[in-house]
Design a protein around this ligand. Sequence first.
Ligand code: NAD
Ligand code: ZN
Length: 179
Amino acid sequence: AKKGKTPEEVLKKYLQKVRHPPDEDCTICMERLAAPSGYKGPQPTVKPDLVGKLSKCGHIYHLHCLVAMYNNGNKGPEHPNPGKSFTARGFPRHCYLPDSEKGRKVLKLLLVAWDRRLIFAVGTSSTTGESDTVIWNEVHHKTEFGSNLTGHGYPDANYLDNVLAELAAQGIAEDSAGL
Ligand code: NAD
Ligand code: ZN
């Protein structure tokens, strides 16, 4: 099985090297950015004096601190059994939204959720009981059109509000999509 990217490889995509760190603290370890990282973790994989700037938000941290935070984060495992092969059933999956202002807003936020890898997970399907398979994550989708035999169809007067709340619970609010 192909090994996933290392935390350093993932982080590098979002980082610019800072050669002359500003006279500020790293808010992860609370040491000065110009001093080495104060984080004493197991087996440092990057030099403790490297400093990086996150390109989207501009925040600056020790690279070593970012790697430690990434490894400790509550991101959750992307696969409960890393390295084990997994299946994907019923793809492509099709979902339906009303072509209304709110429906279009939900669509934009779902695209943000997709980009953040939050729509699907690998796990055990509660429908089929199959393990190591791609399943919907915490955000509900309407996969039935014109009827509601599965319970995943319309009408459902609360769906758009519910899915907006589910998206918000994943950290995706209306301002995430520049709305
Ligand atoms: P699951 O059963 O592990 O449940 C995870 C979440 O998905 C739950 O919140 C559940 O309510 C929701 N969910 C379950 N079935 C759904 C459905 N048909 N449409 C929308 N949401 C659904 O999830 P899973 O294993 O990813 O999906 C359940 C089964 O439905 C799978 O066997 C899959 O193949 C099948 N499915 C088929 C299609 C299709 O277009 N033919 C689309 C979606 C899902
Ligand atoms: Zn630090």
